[in-house]
Design a protein around this ligand. Structure first.
Ligand SMILES: Nc1ncnc2c1ncn2[C@@H]1O[C@H](COP(=O)(O)OP(=O)(O)O)[C@@H](O)[C@H]1O
Ligand SMILES: [Mg+2]
Length: 329
């Protein structure tokens, strides 16, 4: 597999002007400006192969958008290097821009007062797509996303979900080899999230395109990404298979007994960490290697109506990583 994206020590600092409060502060600032430096991305190293679909996650302000902007050539790094499809993104060569796309869930490129099809037609000219390819791709994408009728409506009259689908189409008409998706499902309802997610997966498979996806919704990542990259405060916290993440960082499972008899919290605390207790239901964290014996003890000692044994939620595993990032690298 060939490497499509290679990032070495990529760093971005933002210098922001710090104003003292009040008039005196403004006056002082006339003579001496004070700056504050924000390290948005700190010496990031990554390698992504052609065809990979990678989930890029981290809390708000972790540096995800800044990284994607650098990789798509919208921002210059403060230091370090990046190669995407053999180009340096910040050179913004036409040949490079024609092979990538950056979709931001919170921004739009569609013309608000025109039907979406007009933006599609404009993109055909911008990207110099030939008639045959354009027709084929448009047909295929509008069919897949079910917007054949809707695309003739004024964008302002579309629902958020319809608009997001059309945004995706506008960004994909030139069949980019690399696709950066920044929160593409934000604000969408669950059904629409699922549709967009399935579409992304299909697009990735069909064209063997490389996709980096950031999302707040763990379901997006859980269902379509084999690999996840986690950043926190601009620093890489995890890079590997999704499965490995749960194995490495969640050394426990969740036991949920429903009791049919009296039981006290101190008794349960002997079994593991009691996360919730509201009789008859308890939620207990039990170390992986003790799950079988603890479950056996519960069934033996108490009268229970039900007993569930679950993997911890991905959200919880990830939160744990954010709480102690330094110990994980
Ligand atoms: N243009 C900018 N000027 C100053 N600070 C910025 C700018 N863009 C982002 N930041 C800061 O950089 C950090 C990372 O932001 P961002 O990349 O948007 O994070 P994420 O997308 O993971 O939420 C944040 O602290 C944010 O406030
Ligand atoms: Mg962001």
């Amino acid at each position: 597999m060939s490497t499509t994206i290679k990032v070495s020590n990529l760093t971005k600092n933002f210098k922001t002007y710090k104003k003292q409060p009040g008039l005196a502060g403004s006056f002082k600032a006339l003579f001496k400006r004070e700056y504050k430096t924000i390290s948005a991305v700190k010496s990031l190293n990554l390698e992504i192969a052609q065809g990979e679909l990678v989930g890029f996650i981290g809390p708000n302000g972790a540096g995800k958008t800044t990284t994607l902007k650098m990789l798509s050539g919208l921002l210059y790094p403060s230091s370090g290097a990046a190669q995407v499809l053999g180009f340096t993104p910040f050179d913004r060569k036409n040949e490079f821009l024609k092979q990538i796309s950056l979709v931001m869930g919170q921004k739009n490129q569609l013309w608000w007062d025109l039907p979406a099809i007009e933006t599609f037609n404009l993109n055909k000219e911008i990207y110099e797509i030939n008639d045959k390819d354009y027709k084929e791709t448009l047909e295929e994408l509008t069919e897949l996303l079910d917007v054949k009728e809707v695309m003739h409506q004024q964008v302002r009259k579309m629902s958020l979900g319809q608009r997001m689908k059309c945004e995706l189409i506008a960004s994909l008409l030139h069949r980019p080899k690399v696709l950066f998706l920044d929160e593409p499902t934000i604000g969408l309802d669950v059904v629409m999230q699922k549709k967009v997610r399935e579409f992304i997966k299909e697009y990735n498979k069909k064209y063997n395109s490389t996709v980096i996806l950031t999302s707040h919704y763990m379901d997006d990542v859980k269902e379509i990404c084999d690999r996840v990259i986690i950043i926190n405060e601009g620093t890489l916290a995890f890079d590997g298979a999704l499965k490995q993440l749960t194995k490495d960082y969640a050394d426990y499972k969740i036991l949920i007994p429903i009791f049919n008899s009296a039981v006290t919290k101190p008794e349960l605390e002997e079994l593991g960490e009691v996360v919730e207790f509201d009789h008859p239901r308890a939620v207990i964290k039990v170390p992986r290697d003790r799950v079988a014996s603890v479950a056996g003890r519960v069934l033996e000692k108490y009268d229970v109506d039900d007993l569930d044994i679950n993997e911890p939620k991905l959200e919880d595993v990830i939160r744990q990583i954010f709480e102690k990032p330094s110990s994980l690298i």
